[in-house]
Ligand binder design. Structure first.
Ligand SMILES: NC(=O)C1=CN([C@@H]2O[C@H](COP(=O)(O)OP(=O)(O)OC[C@H]3O[C@@H](n4cnc5c(N)ncnc54)[C@H](OP(=O)(O)O)[C@@H]3O)[C@@H](O)[C@H]2O)C=CC1
Ligand SMILES: O=C1OC[C@@H](O)[C@H](O)[C@H]1O
Length: 403
């Protein structure tokens, strides 16, 4: 058994370290150190810790909330709800969550609890608006998985409900809260690329991530004669892809601080999306940007990068952040300005993007910093990309109102 574990986990790590000439040594050591740190037990949490309830006993809830909250004194997961009672019970027992709800009314029962201040919604994207509205009406603030909603109309509805109830909607764009992404944004938006004077000229974001199982399924669908998908299956697949290329749109708008975007060209196929846009930046700058997402491509198994070029009086300034999605595993921020090259790595104490995200959520609740306008801009841009690509925006899902 031990030998199997050794083969499965330790050997690949050693191979990666050796193959990378030691570049992964520091992040791997930090990760192991972080993982070995004692978790904060329930009875040692702060007395005013933010109490979060989780809708859906999912894998992503474990990474985004349970494991992240385990490391923080100021956040406690106080309840979980799942459609299946046994699943809810097992999840609560496994992760030491004091209360659980199961069955068809599980989500509403959790929302009715007095000992929950905020909920994490990591449900399929088509269900986000419905349950975010239910949560806000129940007096809870919401940490909502990305993409927050399916289109700009849904984003407007979300914003109206947040305003009406006075509750906060915080999109779980976890990568934004890591020091590496913050530093890249700072360099880009303050034009530090040229000591504060070089305007951005172009930006490019790329995302690809190979999922071996999905790749095998895809190969199988190509060799088997039946490749006919029902329209609802096709739409579900496109929404699933959107859960990846959302990162490109969000990174472009967030890192540049754009206030609007015009889509010049866009092409969405079953396995990729490529688009070029003009971003409008204050005061009057227009920047050409491009984004591309390749799904399950053997030729491009992993890219998660943002690159920027700025124009200086005597040349060019440039920046590239490698692996902005999971920077806690490894990342590198290379930038060059006034002919001086810099390379930075900002691991902090090895915190994950999800740990940073929980901290930022708590801070936003205290400061009242709101995100609705940013969500709306992202979704308007997404609608435009899909329209230019010839598919039309994703249709809204009818909202079922829960008590
Ligand atoms: N930040 C990140 O790194 C990631 C974010 N995501 C985002 O998280 C969200 C969830 O995605 P994903 O994990 O793929 O979703 P899943 O299909 O795994 O669903 C998540 C949970 O939703 C609950 N659920 C409620 N109603 C339904 C339904 N009708 N069909 C399926 N599940 C339902 C289930 O919980 P239960 O049965 O226990 O009630 C399920 O575990 C998406 O918005 C996605 O974009 C996803 C992956 C990574
Ligand atoms: O957020 C995500 O990051 C990793 C991807 O594999 C996943 O599809 C997406 O939801």
């Amino acid at each position: 058994m031990r030998l199997v574990l050794l083969m499965q986990y330790v050997c690949p790590v050693i191979v990666v370290i050796v193959a990378s000439g030691g570049a992964f040594l520091w992040p791997v050591a930090l990760r192991l150190w972080r993982l070995s740190q004692t978790l904060v037990p329930l009875d040692s949490k702060d007395s005013d810790a933010l109490r979060i309830g989780i809708l859906g006993a999912s894998f992503i809830a474990r990474a985004a909330v349970v494991s992240a909250a385990d490391k923080r004194k100021d956040i406690v997961v106080s309840a979980v709800a799942a459609r299946d009672t046994q699943r809810a019970k097992n999840y609560a027992a496994q992760y030491d969550i004091p209360a659980f709800h199961g069955g068809p009314h599980a989500y509403s029962s959790l929302l009715a609890r007095d000992d929950v201040d905020a909920v994490y919604i990591g449900l399929p994207t088509a269900l986000h608006l419905e349950w975010a509205i239910a949560a806000m009406r129940a007096g809870k603030d919401v940490l909502l998985e990305k993409p927050a909603v399916l289109n700009a109309n849904e984003a407007s509805e979300l914003a109206q409900e947040a305003k009406r109830t006075g509750r906060m909607v915080f999109e779980a764009g976890h990568y934004r809260y890591h020091p590496a992404a913050k530093r890249a944004k700072q360099l880009m938006s303050l034009n530090i690329l040229d000591g504060g004077v070089a305007p951005l000229r172009s930006v490019e974001v790329r995302f690809s991530m190979l999922d071996p199982k999905a790749w095998l399924r895809r190969m199988w669908s190509l060799v088997s004669s039946d490749d006919s998908m029902r329209p609802d299956e096709r739409l579900a697949e496109r929404v699933k892809n959107f859960d990846r290329w959302w990162y490109c749109v969000d990174m472009l708008l967030w890192s540049t601080g754009a206030f609007d975007a015009h889509v010049v060209s866009a092409n969405e196929s079953r396995f990729s999306l490529a688009a070029t846009l003009e971003l409008y930046l204050y005061p009057s700058l227009v920047v050409n940007v491009s984004m591309s997402m390749a799904r399950d491509s053997l030729l491009d198994p992993f890219t998660w990068s943002v690159s920027a070029l700025g124009q200086t009086s005597d040349g060019q300034a440039s920046l590239k952040l490698h692996n902005f999605g999971f920077p806690f595993l490894w990342h590198r921020l290379d930038w060059k300005s006034l002919d001086v090259a810099h390379s930075e790595q900002l691991y902090g104490f090895g915190e994950t993007t999800f740990e940073h995200q929980l901290g930022s959520f708590r801070e936003a609740l205290q400061s009242g910093d709101r995100q609705e306008d940013a969500i709306l801009l992202t979704m308007r841009t997404v609608d435009r990309i899909l329209e230019v690509a010839g598919h039309g925006a994703f249709p809204s899902k009818e909202v079922v109102h829960h008590q």
